[in-house]
Design a protein around this ligand. Structure first.
Ligand SMILES: [Zn+2]
Length: 74
């Protein structure tokens, strides 16, 4: 059973880079995980504190610290 909490609309979140969904917070036994509500294989943060900053970094379409464009999936 899923135990998802929605993130307040005032908080900026990048959409899931795989499917475009707004992330949710899942309460796991190890803490909170920011994840895609549609697929557990999409990016999720490590369990602990709610880490929307990490989610936003990993789901940015253009990561500023990636120097080479070779890794582009699309
Ligand atoms: Zn997704």
């Amino acid at each position: 059973m899923n135990n998802f909490l929605s993130i307040q609309p005032a908080i900026f979140c990048e959409p899931c880079k795989d499917c475009g969904a707004r992330p949710v917070v899942e309460q796991s036994k190890n803490g909170y995980v920011v994840r895609c509500p549609n697929d557990k294989k999409h990016y999720k943060t490590k369990a602990g504190l709610v880490d929307i900053t990490d989610w936003n970094l990993k789901n940015k379409a253009h990561m500023p610290f990636v120097a080479s464009p070779k890794q582009k999936a699309s």
